[in-house]
Design a protein around this ligand. Structure first.
Ligand code: SF4
Length: 103
């Protein structure tokens, strides 16, 4: 009985320490805002069809994050991480000037 209580106390302590030091584990990454300075610099739009083609002439119809080699999700993922925007997710339908067609 005594060891059960001790085990409970140890497990509780481990749980408290884990939640104190790894609070981000349970939270999904935040979606990149179009107004984020790094997004503005690269012309990121969550809807690729809204890209400012005058400012970002590299954009071509049909390009989007879901078919970019940097997109970390599957082609059908609504959002996924992108190494160009660390700690954020981008929209599968989005686009930025770092676009590179998936090979
Ligand atoms: Fe989307 Fe590719 Fe730009 Fe990342 S680099 S935001 S996946 S277009």
């Amino acid at each position: 009985m005594k060891s059960c209580r001790r085990e409970f106390i140890v497990r509780s302590a481990v749980g408290l320490v884990s939640s104190a030091f790894f609070p981000l584990v349970a939270h999904a990454a935040e979606e990149l805002s179009e107004t984020d300075p790094s997004a503005v610099a690269l012309g990121y739009r969550a809807d690729a069809t809204k890209v400012d083609k005058g400012k970002f002439p590299r954009y071509a119809a049909g390009q989007n994050c879901a078919n970019c080699q940097f997109y970390q999700g599957s082609a059908s993922s609504k959002t996924a991480a992108c190494p160009l925007f660390t700690g954020k997710t981008v929209a599968g339908d989005g686009w930025c000037n770092g676009y590179a067609k998936k090979g």
